[in-house]
Design a binder for this molecule. Structure first.
Ligand SMILES: [Zn+2]
Length: 216
């Protein structure tokens, strides 16, 4: 079976308008991006689904994470906002309970940053008021649904004039989708779950190799 990826366009309707580019709504641009990213991921062989079937439909954040039950990867897609309009960088958050997700988060963030021509630092994890519990509802939901790789990806800041204009360009958005999908495909090596020798199928050889690794 293919590795399952759940895509979550961060917001619905007309939400989070850019203060520096009036045509830009985070909800609309990230919805469009989620469709492009889904196409690219499917082309790599991943199974892709969406938390919301329609752009106009809202869904509570925790429920969206929870909807990823049975998926291997959950991506909540956003552009960020800051009062400091000069801020122009990529940010990736993982669940506080998933340090193993650091490497994939870093690969995604670095690929997005290289494509957009901005920096990306370390993958972040944000705790809420309760220790060990995620601050972000989508990540709480995905963790409760036992999704091994759950991220919030902030594709820089729509409060930055350069970043907003860049993301609003259709060609850029398409290039960005390709770069993000490629980073995920490269990380897993194969879109087939359990395909240890990466030959496109899961068979006795994969089982033999895994068994040897665990038992010997
Ligand atoms: Zn957002």
């Amino acid at each position: 079976m293919a590795i399952k990826i759940m895509l979550d366009a961060g917001h619905f309707g007309k939400y989070n308008r850019s203060p520096v580019l009036s045509e830009y709504y985070e909800s609309e641009v990230m919805w469009e991006f989620s469709v492009l990213l889904g196409e690219r991921l499917r082309a790599f062989g991943f199974e892709v689904s969406y938390t919301r079937g329609k752009q106009e439909v809202d869904m509570a954040v925790y429920q969206r994470g929870l909807a990823a039950k049975g998926c291997d990867v959950f991506l909540s897609l956003h552009s960020n906002a800051s009062d400091a309009h000069e801020v122009d960088r990529v940010e990736v958050y993982r669940s506080v309970g998933a340090p193993h997700a650091e490497r994939l988060g870093k690969a995604i963030g670095d690929a997005v940053a290289a494509c957009m021509g901005v920096p990306h630092g370390a993958v972040k994890a944000r705790e809420g008021s309760e220790r060990g519990v995620d601050y972000y509802g989508v990540l709480r939901g995905a963790r409760d649904a036992s999704v091994p790789y759950a991220f919030i990806v902030e594709h820089s800041f729509h409060t930055n004039p350069r970043a907003a204009a860049w993301l609003y360009g259709k060609k850029n958005l398409s290039t960005l989708a390709s770069a993000e999908a490629k980073a995920i495909a490269e990380y897993f090596g194969s879109a087939i779950r359990g395909d240890i020798n990466r030959d496109g199928s899961v068979d006795a050889v994969d089982y033999m190799m895994l068994k040897r690794e665990i038992l010997e």
